[in-house]
Design a protein around this ligand. Structure first.
Ligand SMILES: [Mn+2]
Length: 430
């Protein structure tokens, strides 16, 4: 039976020591926002209602192409991963769901559901894996999966995705994320048109098996593991996929899956406008698909993405319900601390975007006042919203300072004793 590792008493006693300073910070920010005609409590309420899903693969140490350096108390399987996810949720109250990766997290669905429920967790989108070979599979994905030249390999990859849907149905998931490693390393190695045709035909088979209330997300990535071309390379290709498959097919934007300097927030706006934004894999990057912690490199870009989301919300865009998920690889930090911090950074970007004075911004745009338009965004971005984030956590039973509370709990030391060091699988990077 699952048990919660962080006690409510620990959170409460930690919060007590910080409450005085926190209250005065919150009041000061409230007064500052009131001068802008913004009600701080209304913002706090919205922030408290914003959630992001944890990646099951994120609580283990990720590793690079060169090495993996596992830390103390690495999760040995999905049930350990869920325990770690529960710690993050208890402290942040921002991450009530977990996104599973099959076959890494394959287990009896009933046990999965019971364990997660006991920890107060639910399940977000399922992730299929046809970018690596499972030990017992008949056909290799070395040269592709859903777009493979061989029909039997494609059929096996389709079947795996159908199995992910089945497991997902049993545990209460409502979406399937498909990312493939298919592509080529040499010009001429594969025929662009024919491999994309094969991919679309395979995806149509998966789409047919999708329950009515499910969505399927395709995730584009410009390179890696294929270095010359990938079948689902860019948001244009991704849009064509979603458009070809039908209304339940939507595009997933992983922030690290673009060329450096790409205007991701504009891609987000385009996908919203044409009703094909499925959701996000949040992370950050400097050079490529670095899978660094959200907001750690370019927090302004994260804010600009959220600026588009809040703009769409404010305009009342129909059926606007993007999935928020984290997709990171943690190599030099305690993964639990990285995920706590990332969940906070994602909420921070949302809170800042809520502070943009949109009617003023719109007026500056109509007057071609570039400087003041830019300043309207900067003004919101410059606001230190930490008291709002802390108050949202506190009101939901979470910690005012989740990292400090986590460190004082001794959780990492405790599970270090329970879980012997193992080279556990499932530290995936997609
Ligand atoms: Mn991803």
């Amino acid at each position: 039976m699952a048990e919660l590792h962080i006690s409510g008493e620990l959170i409460a006693s930690h919060n007590d020591t910080l409450l005085g300073a926190h209250k005065s910070d919150y009041e000061a920010l409230g007064a500052q926002l009131a001068r802008r005609n913004i009600d701080i409590d209304a913002i706090t309420e919205k922030v408290a209602g914003f959630f992001v899903a944890l990646p099951s693969w994120g609580v283990g140490t990720g590793g690079t192409r060169f090495a993996r350096f596992p830390g103390l108390g690495e999760p040995r399987g999905i049930f350990d991963k869920l325990d770690d996810c529960a710690v993050i949720q208890q402290l942040t109250r921002t991450t009530p769901t977990v996104s599973l990766h099959i076959p890494w997290d394959k287990a009896d669905p009933k046990r999965l559901k019971t364990h997660a429920q006991a920890l107060g967790l639910g399940f977000d989108a399922m992730n299929s894996n046809t970018f690596s070979d499972a030990p017992d599979q008949a056909h290799s994905y070395k040269f592709g999966s859903l777009s493979h030249v061989d029909a039997a390999t494609r059929a096996q990859a389709i079947e795996h995705n159908l199995e992910c849907i089945e497991i997902g149905r049993a545990i209460g998931s409502k979406a399937l994320t498909v990312w493939i490693g298919d592509g080529s390393n040499f010009p001429g190695q594969s025929n662009f048109a024919r491999s994309f045709e094969r991919y679309l035909a395979s995806m149509a088979e998966i789409y047919k098996a999708l329950p009515d209330d499910w969505r399927i997300f395709s995730e584009h990535k410009m390179y890696e593991p294929a270095f010359y071309s990938t079948v689902v390379q860019d948001w244009g290709t991704n849009y064509l996929i979603a458009q070809t498959l039908g209304p339940k097919a939507l595009c997933l934007v992983d922030l690290g899956h673009h060329a450096p300097n790409t205007n991701i927030e504009m891609i987000v706006s385009r996908l919203i406008q044409f009703k094909k934004l499925g959701g996000f894999h949040f992370n950050d990057s400097k050079y490529g698909d670095d899978d660094l912690d959200a907001g750690s490199i370019d927090p302004y870009r994260l804010f600009l993405v959220f600026n588009e989301l809040v703009d769409a919300q404010d305009r009342g865009v129909e059926d606007f319900n993007p999935a928020h998920m984290i997709d990171q690889s943690h190599n030099v930090t305690d993964p639990i601390e990285s995920l706590i911090s990332s969940a906070n950074e994602i909420r921070r970007a949302y809170a800042q975007a809520l502070l943009v004075e949109r009617s003023a911004l719109s007026a500056y745009q109509d007057e071609n006042d570039a400087l003041m338009a830019s300043d309207a965004l900067k003004r919101a971005y410059r606001t230190d919203v930490e008291p709002i984030l802390a108050e949202a956590r506190r009101r939901s039973g979470g910690a005012i300072d989740p990292i400090a509370t986590y460190r004082s709990s001794g959780y990492r030391r405790l599970i270090g004793k329970e879980r012997p060091l193992a080279m556990a699988g499932g530290g995936g990077i997609i």
